[in-house]
Write a protein that binds this ligand. Structure first.
Ligand code: SF4
Ligand code: SF4
Length: 467
């Protein structure tokens, strides 16, 4: 056994006498054996000679040598090591896929962590006009890449404050797309405080994906998500929710976790499941307010709670019950489909974001930072040229992510988080890195468990689904 003949980067998972490993470089998930996982777990920190020494009490020497050879051959024969991560090709032109319309920069709420500064993005409060929306849609449609399925997002502030433009846009886009055979998926993120029955019926007709922002139990929610008057919003939302659920029985929620709410995270997510939300996604509050921003210690507080919720999620999936915490399950989807490294919106140039006055961005979270604008709809060039002229991300080789084992499943982190904490979109925020690495290890655990319990259902779970 030569001490230096291959480079393996894997994460192993063992449970109930079943053994798995995920090969980070190729993205292959493999059912393994005890001895193989032991060798893989010891390599490359230990040389093959040391591994032989360490395992010889447990296994016959011949078996250890054979297993090492087996790993070596397996890697050679299926090309796991030779197949490098699929990364964005530097020279391939950017392809526009999704449209993001910030149709209103105003909000009836003032959440304590709001990245949009209470809806105005540190600028004038305003609505997008129908004429402006049409112009943005036309631009997007003209520059659209060859995708079968595209997403359109209506965002704010609170999008329900500009219902007229949402209705107009859906009709207009449906007419444009109708003859092309493409599928459009409409998405709205709402604070849930406004219910308008006629409008909700229209959303239903267009099969809109509604995402509610709710932070958990009444006291946690009301301590973070308040009306402009300062009053808590929980009661209004929970009343509205029942009316929404008559039209949308499968609603999803998004929860923002702050330093203050971290100890109650599990309770909050379970409360959302009880309210009837099917899928819950969480985000850490990204803020320069020290009273709300996460520290390493706060992460440790939520890790055990996430683990518990992931186990509950597994049970619910296996027993066809509702209640899914999405974040680590989304990693399972990447593993199952072996999705390539994608990068965030600022890096992959796949979404055109428009403010109400027609200013263009690549990332909806960076709208308060004018330096990240790529132009204006009135003077917009082809998407490809606009992206080339305003490329804010360094190449992967020049970023710390290039050396990180989590690169493929993480996708290089969130540029907004990096900007808020490091004032540089190319330097990842260490707390997000720690969280994503934890979620990856959880994703591998969950995928292994699903693989053992319901192997026949994995395609149904992860192919063509929004998880
Ligand atoms: S509802 Fe959304 S836009 Fe409005 S204050 Fe809260 S986080 Fe900000
Ligand atoms: S975990 Fe951090 S360093 Fe690693 S790829 Fe993600 S953002 Fe980059």
């Amino acid at each position: 056994m030569s001490s230096n003949y291959m480079e393996i980067k894997t994460i192993t998972y063992d449970n109930n006498n079943r053994y798995f490993f995920y090969d980070i470089q190729s993205g292959f998930f493999v059912e393994s054996r005890a001895i193989l996982n032991k060798i893989i777990g010891l390599y490359p920190e230990h040389s093959p000679e040391e591994i032989l020494d360490l395992l010889k009490e447990e296994y016959p020497e011949e078996l250890i040598k054979k297993s090492f050879e087996y790993i070596k051959n397996m890697y050679k024969s299926n090309g796991m090591l030779s197949q490098k991560n699929k990364v964005i090709q530097k020279n391939s032109p950017p392809k526009l896929k999704n449209l993001w319309l910030n149709i209103v920069h105003d909000c009836n709420m003032r959440c304590i962590y709001c990245f949009a500064n209470g809806g105005d993005y540190k600028d004038e409060r305003m609505n997008m006009s129908v004429e402006r929306a049409k112009k943005c849609i036309d631009y997007w449609y003209k520059n659209l890449g060859d995708f079968d399925k595209v997403n359109v997002y209506f965002f704010g502030g609170e999008p329900f404050l500009n219902r007229k433009v949402i209705e107009y846009s859906m009709e207009y886009i449906d007419n444009l797309i109708k003859s092309t055979g493409r599928k459009v998926c409409y998405n709205i993120t709402t604070n849930g405080t406004i219910f308008d029955e006629d409008f909700v019926k229209k959303l239903k007709e267009h099969d809109v994906e509604l995402l509610f922002s709710v932070d958990g139990t009444p006291d946690i929610h009301d301590s973070q998500r308040i009306f402009a008057s300062g009053r808590g919003t929980y009661n209004v939302i929970s009343e509205n929710l029942k009316k929404f659920q008559e039209y949308f029985p499968r609603l999803n929620a998004n929860i923002v976790v702050t330093k203050k709410s971290a100890p109650y995270f599990q309770k909050s997510v379970e409360h959302l499941f009880k309210m009837g939300f099917k899928n819950v996604t969480f985000f850490l509050s990204i803020t320069s307010d020290d009273g709300l921003a996460f520290t390493e210690e706060d992460l440790d507080i939520i890790f055990s709670q996430i683990k518990h919720l992931n186990t509950l999620t597994l049970k619910n999936i296996i027993h066809h019950k509702s209640g899914i915490l999405v974040n680590a399950l989304a990693i399972c989807k990447k593993i199952h489909l072996n999705l390539p490294y994608s990068g965030c919106a600022l890096e992959n140039n796949s979404v055109s974001v428009f403010t109400p006055d027609g200013t263009m961005f690549k990332c909806y979270e960076l709208l308060s930072e004018k330096e990240f604008s790529i132009g204006h709809i009135d003077t917009a060039d082809k998407w490809e040229n606009m992206c080339k002229n305003k490329n804010f991300m360094k190449s992967l080789d020049e970023r710390v992510c290039n050396k990180c084992w989590a690169q493929k499943l993480c996708g290089g982190g969130c540029a907004y988080d990096s900007f808020v904490y490091n004032k540089d979109v190319n330097i990842p925020y260490s707390i997000s890195c720690k969280l994503v690495k934890f979620l990856i290890s959880e994703g591998i655990r969950m995928y292994s468990e699903l693989y053992m319990s319901i192997p026949e259902s994995l395609d149904r779970l992860f192919k063509n689904t929004e998880i």
